[in-house]
Design a protein. Structure first.
Length: 246
């Protein structure tokens, strides 16, 4: 799963206060009402189930977490709309308050905030600090969650957001977080793809070439008629070595 935080940052902010500095890591103070429930991220669900969890969340905090996960699935995997993303974000916020040490709750809050921003560009800049804060908390609680999802989310955020003073964009920070994601989950293609893009933005072409070589190597098909794939890898290796010589 890839956290996609793109295109909505093209908006130029001229409203006072919309470039407020983002909050940093720190687990929010909450009142845990029960043990943190265990959930499976990206478990298939439908709108009926999402509505069930949403209704149950009025009296049952664990339902808010399950509902947030369901809405994230529907929006990301089933072409859900802005209303679904907003519903999920509100449930995730409720879950993060009820279970402040749940990495899943904070991760979903950051993730769903990004989905809302994608679908409502006017809200995008105001949600940057929420995405950053929640991803940092999730990273602190469980950096391996969703195949290094928190670091991947932060990498996407710093790569896509406008730079200071408009927002928090910083391609060097994006490189740092994508490297963390690759170290934790090297076989997750989006981790390495994000690192390659961030390296190119930083002008580190040779390193980007080596990362691309690793990506293709990991995706090599079992059957390679005529060794076309391997020949291509060998040629790219020569290109990467040539870049290192420059």
């Amino acid at each position: 799963m890839k956290v996609v935080i793109v295109l909505f940052f093209g908006l130029i902010c001229t409203l006072p206060g919309c470039a407020t500095p983002a909050g940093k890591a720190g687990i929010p103070v909450g009142r845990p009402t029960a043990a943190v429930p265990r959930i499976d991220l990206w478990e298939p669900c439908d709108n009926t189930q999402a509505q069930h969890w949403r209704n149950a969340a009025v009296d049952e905090p664990a339902a808010a977490l399950r509902g947030a996960a369901c809405y994230a699935y529907l929006v990301e995997r089933a072409d859900g709309n802005l209303a679904a993303a907003e519903s999920g974000r509100k449930l995730a916020e409720q879950a993060a308050t009820a279970f402040p040490k749940s990495a899943e709750a904070h991760y979903l809050l950051g993730y769903l905030s990004g989905l809302v921003a994608q679908r409502s560009p006017l809200k995008a800049l105001s949600l940057v600090s929420v995405i950053e804060r929640e991803a940092l908390v999730a990273q602190e609680l469980n950096p391996r969650l969703d195949q290094a999802g928190p670091a991947r989310m932060l990498g996407d955020l710093y790569l896509r957001a406008p730079a200071f003073p408009v927002s928090i964009g910083d391609s060097a920070l994006a490189v740092d977080y994508f490297r963390q994601a690759v170290e934790l989950a090297p076989d997750q293609a989006d981790n390495r793809l994000g690192l390659i893009e961030a390296l190119l933005d930083e002008g580190q072409t040779a390193d980007a070439c080596w990362q691309l070589q690793n990506l293709w190597q990991g995706l090599a098909p079992e059957a390679d008629p005529g060794t076309v794939w391997q020949r291509g890898l060998d040629l790219q290796l020569r290109m990467c070595e040539g870049l290192n010589d420059n």
